[in-house]
Structure formats: structure tokens, C-alpha cells
Design a protein around this ligand. Structure first.
Ligand SMILES: *Cc1c(COP(=O)(O)O)cnc(C)c1O
Length: 361
């Protein structure tokens, strides 16, 4: 069967090896006569899947004992409110770096729960860069600094080096670049990601928490909205998204077999460099992102002519390249090249782009 070259920003392509393994186990998981979907979440078989997925993620993230992983639902978007709801009282302050639409949405939700400051924003230049993080400008009583480490729509990312020495309590939306390059994951008080970009299928949100930070700020909240509930119940207070967690575990195993995050970063840098170098050297395509802020995961480009962009999307589809149209708020094209994207697919895309350029001179 022919598979397409899927450059979707999310849900994104999965590693083929993972899909094959899941297919093999679909009807009869390890001889138990059931699909993973049909297992009780209290069964020994499922418990093992749950713990293994969690432990593999911890290992890949190099997490210390102070941190824990939660498997939640409701997408990254639910963390936009759950996070401030759990940490802030109405009079508390928090600081947000506005680097794109997702950070803006998170800011809007946080305002329901506290006094929220905008530390800086790059909206003035259509989010084509990451503003400098000046900690001196953060209110002393600010409880956390909120970052979005990769801006899926605009194609920027925050370099791990620029946040390494920050003193603030950092919380981050890492939906579109978690485990794609080496961040110090122990630096985060809370970090979350919808699984459907780099971790597996949708329906699962992975949340990394520093246990003391949750404990110190603990509040009386409805059970399902309270991080403490999920911490105490090992993400099994209610039925977890078992199948998505199983798939996430398979993806984690795949990442480990490749050589972990260090190796993935190497591969991701190689893929991104190939595409950026090609764009920078071409006469037709342009990427307007400040060089040092360019995302390794979502590479945006335009031809400078909206009609030609449309033609590009149309012709690329005929060449088996799908979901490469840019987000409706920015137009142009976007190639999302997450961990699962093989370098051969990036080469295939570049060859198509070359041909397209020649034909549309
Ligand atoms: C996709 C995305 C989201 C939204 O995720 P959902 O799981 O659909 O809520 C949030 N933040 C970033 C950075 C994203 O890329």
C-alpha cells in the first residue's frame, strides 16, 4: 500500500514501524485474546503498558525523582486553563511570553484565574521572532513564567540555551517540539504537550510536573481538574485514554531504539538544515523567520505570490505530498517535520520544490 508524504502539523505522521507493531497486536495483544482497546484499565496487562510508557518517557526526558508524568485528556488547550487554575489564586501574578497564537490563547485563559502580565510579545512583527526574555521585567511576586517552546503556526522555537539559566519558575507548552531536542526537562515546573505531534495519536496530553510545585500551590478544586488527584492516582483516577497511552509507549520505545533525544536532535537538525539551506539558496522560496529562532519542527515558506502558493499546494498534492498548506492565519506553506519524518521525505519534498521552481520560472 502506498503511503503519502504527510507534512501535517498535527495530528502528524507516525513512525511506520510503530503502526506496524500496533497492527500486529491489534486483535490479540500479547496472547491475552483482546485488543489493547478492550482491556480493563485495572488489568495487569494494561498496568504494565501504562507504567512502561511512563517510564520510557521519563527515561527519554532524563527526569529526576522530583518530577512526575501525568497522562491527561482534553488536549494541550485544556492545560491553558488547568495550569493557572491549579497554581494561581485570584490575586496572584504570572508572566507570559507571547510568541504566537497558542501562547495568546493560553494568556487569555489564564486571565480567568489571576493577574497576568505580558512579559514581551512578537506580535508586532507577525511572530517572526522570539522576543528577548528580560527577567528583570518580571514582577517579583510572579508565580511562574509561561513559554511556548515551539510555535507551530509561525515556525519559531525557543532555543534550550536561551532558557537554561533563567531563574523563574518556568512552565511551558511543548506540544510541537517535546523530545525533539535536548531541553533540561528538570528545569520545568510544569511542561505539557498534546500527543498528536511528536508523541502519538490525539486524545492524550502528557504533562510533566514538579511534585513540590504542585503540592505547594495545592488548592481545593473539582477532582478531575486538580493535578493532585492525578498525581495521587497515577493518572488512573478515571479511565485513562488507554489506547493513546499504549501508542505513545510504542513511539517512546521507537525513540529510545533510535538513540534517544540526543540522536533525534541530530537527525532533526540535519533535516531542518537541508530544507532551510535549500529555501535560503533558492530564488523562489522565502522563510522570513529570524535565523536563530527558526523551528526545527515546522518550516514555513512562501513564494511571495499567493496564487503561486495555491498552485504549489495543488501540484504537490498530485505528487503525493499532503497537508503542506500553511495555517490559515499566515498562508503560504508549512512543512512539519517532526521526529517521525524520515530524511528521505524531506529530500523528496526538496526535489519537488526544485522541479516546481523550474516549471514556474
Ligand atoms: C497543537 C498545539 C496546541 C493545541 O493542542 P490540542 O491538543 O489540540 O489542544 C497547543 N499548543 C501548541 C504549541 C500546539 O502546537
Amino acid at each position: 500500500m502506498n503511503r503519502v508524504y504527510n507534512f501535517s502539523a498535527g495530528p502528524a505522521m507516525m513512525p511506520v514501524e510503530v503502526l506496524e507493531e500496533a497492527a500486529k497486536e491489534m486483535l490479540n495483544y500479547k496472547g491475552c485474546g483482546s485488543s489493547v482497546m478492550e482491556l480493563s484499565h485495572r488489568s495487569a496487562e494494561y498496568k504494565e503498558i501504562h507504567e512502561e510508557a511512563k517510564n520510557l518517557l521519563k527515561e527519554l526526558m532524563n527526569l529526576d525523582d522530583k518530577h512526575e508524568i501525568l497522562f491527561l485528556q482534553g488536549g494541550a488547550s485544556s492545560q491553558f486553563y488547568m495550569l493557572p487554575m491549579n497554581i494561581l489564586n485570584k490575586e496572584d501574578r504570572a508572566s507570559y511570553l507571547i510568541t504566537g497564537s497558542w501562547a495568546k490563547k493560553a494568556y487569555k485563559e489564564a486571565k480567568y484565574f489571576g493577574q497576568i502580565d505580558i512579559l514581551a510579545s512578537s506580535e508586532d512583527d507577525n511572530f517572526t521572532y522570539i522576543p528577548e526574555i528580560k527577567e528583570n521585567n518580571i514582577a517579583k511576586e510572579s508565580k511562574y513564567l509561561y513559554l511556548c517552546t515551539n510555535n507551530t503556526i509561525y515556525g519559531t522555537r525557543i532555543d534550550p540555551k536561551t532558557i537554561k539559566n533563567l531563574k523563574s519558575n518556568i512552565v511551558a507548552d511543548m506540544s510541537s517540539n517535546i523530545l525533539s531536542e535536548e531541553y533540561d526537562m528538570n528545569q520545568f515546573k510544569i511542561a505539557f504537550a498534546g500527543a498528536q505531534k511528536n508523541l502519538g495519536p490525539s486524545g492524550l496530553t502528557v504533562v510533566v510536573v514538579e511534585k513540590d510545585f504542585i503540592e505547594e500551590n495545592k488548592k481545593d478544586l473539582p477532582s478531575m481538574l486538580n493535578y493532585t488527584t492525578h498525581l495521587e492516582k497515577d493518572s488512573m483516577y478515571n479511565t485513562p485514554p488507554c489506547y493513546s497511552i499504549y501508542m505513545c509507549g510504542l513511539v517512546a520505545k521507537w525513540m529510545k531504539n533510535i538513540g534517544g533525544v540526543k540522536k533525534l536532535e541530530e537527525l532533526n537538525r540535519e533535516k531542518a538544515k537541508l530544507l532551510y539551506d535549500f529555501i535560503d539558496n533558492s530564488n523562489l522560496y522565502k522563510n522570513n523567520i529570524k535565523k536563530e529562532d527558526r523551528s526545527l519542527m515546522n518550516i514555513v515558506f512562501v513564494t511571495g505570490d499567493e496564487e503561486l502558493d495555491k498552485e504549489f499546494v495543488k501540484e504537490s498534492k498530485a505528487a503525493n505530498i499532503v497537508n503542506i498548506k500553511g495555517h490559515r492565519s499566515v498562508g503560504g506553506m508549512r512543512a512539519s517535520i517532526y521526529n517521525a519524518m524520515p530524511i528521505e521525505a524531506v529530500e523528496y519534498l526538496i526535489n519537488f520544490m526544485k522541479d516546481f521552481e523550474i516549471q514556474h520560472k
